[in-house]
Design a protein around this ligand. Structure first.
Ligand code: FMN
Length: 214
């Protein structure tokens, strides 16, 4: 059974966090949930067991006390990176996808991603409005993830891909340690019917366990 960091970002699909958490823990995994500030707008984090949720403020514990960092204080994103076997981000919103692609690390989740052991698996489940998914920026950002995680030599057919969902397929072939679960068509929270919904919890759990088995 594995130690899993579940990153949750600012998408309506964050409402699935309690079910995803429960499914993973019922299957014997140990799960710690790292939320962005926006993610907590969508669900009540107090429904999860105390201690399982980690927020940006937890990176800076002495701030609450009016103190500054002391030598040998633990650094939370490094402690979590050491602890975890797998990083799952579900839902992954457009903003955090962009930050991962650019290497930006201005919160707990993006610091964990940036400091991640490259030999340990990452599973990403994007969720966004169809127009956001089909925006050229999504393709650019996914291409950057592919370039960052691919093992070489890899088939460069992906450079001709012009559609984000098709690029996910190439990522999953070229990057043994990265799985991107392309979103699906559904009636979205905004009322639009279209591509952009996060895949089902059962699909995420299967992908996590397949990634752990590799
Ligand atoms: C009601 C509401 C729903 C949103 N849903 C999504 C979404 O499904 N996907 C997405 O990429 N952004 C969505 N956003 C925008 C993000 O929450 C916003 O870009 C935020 O800055 C993301 O921050 P984070 O990546 O640090 O969580 C939504 C915003 C609001 C107000």
């Amino acid at each position: 059974m594995a130690k899993i960091i579940l990153g949750v970002t600012g998408s309506v699909a964050a409402i699935r966090t309690p079910v995803l958490f429960e499914t993973l823990t019922q299957r014997g995994h140990e799960v710690r949930v790292v939320v962005t500030e926006s993610a907590e707008y969508f669900w009540d984090a107090s429904v999860l067991p105390g201690g399982s949720i980690l927020r940006d403020a937890d990176e800076w514990p002495r701030r609450r006390l009016g103190q500054v960092y002391q030598r040998d204080d633990p650094i939370l994103h490094i402690e979590l990176r050491r602890w975890a076997d797998l990083l799952l981000v579900a839902p992954l919103d457009a903003h955090t996808l962009a930050k991962f692609a650019l290497g930006l690390c201005d919160n707990l989740l993006t610091c964990i991603y940036r400091a991640w052991h490259r030999e340990r698996p990452i599973v990403l489940a994007p969720a966004m409005n169809t127009a956001m998914w089909e925006h050229p920026a999504t393709l650019r950002h996914l291409s950057q993830l592919l370039a960052d995680h691919a093992v070489s030599p890899w088939n460069d057919a992906w450079t001709a891909v012009t559609e984000a969902t098709a690029l996910c397929h190439h990522i999953n072939q070229a990057c043994p340690k990265l799985r991107v679960l392309a979103p699906v068509v559904k009636r979205l929270a905004c009322g639009d019917e279209g591509l952009g919904a996060m895949v089902e919890v059962s699909t995420i759990v299967s992908a996590v366990e397949a990634a752990l088995d590799k």
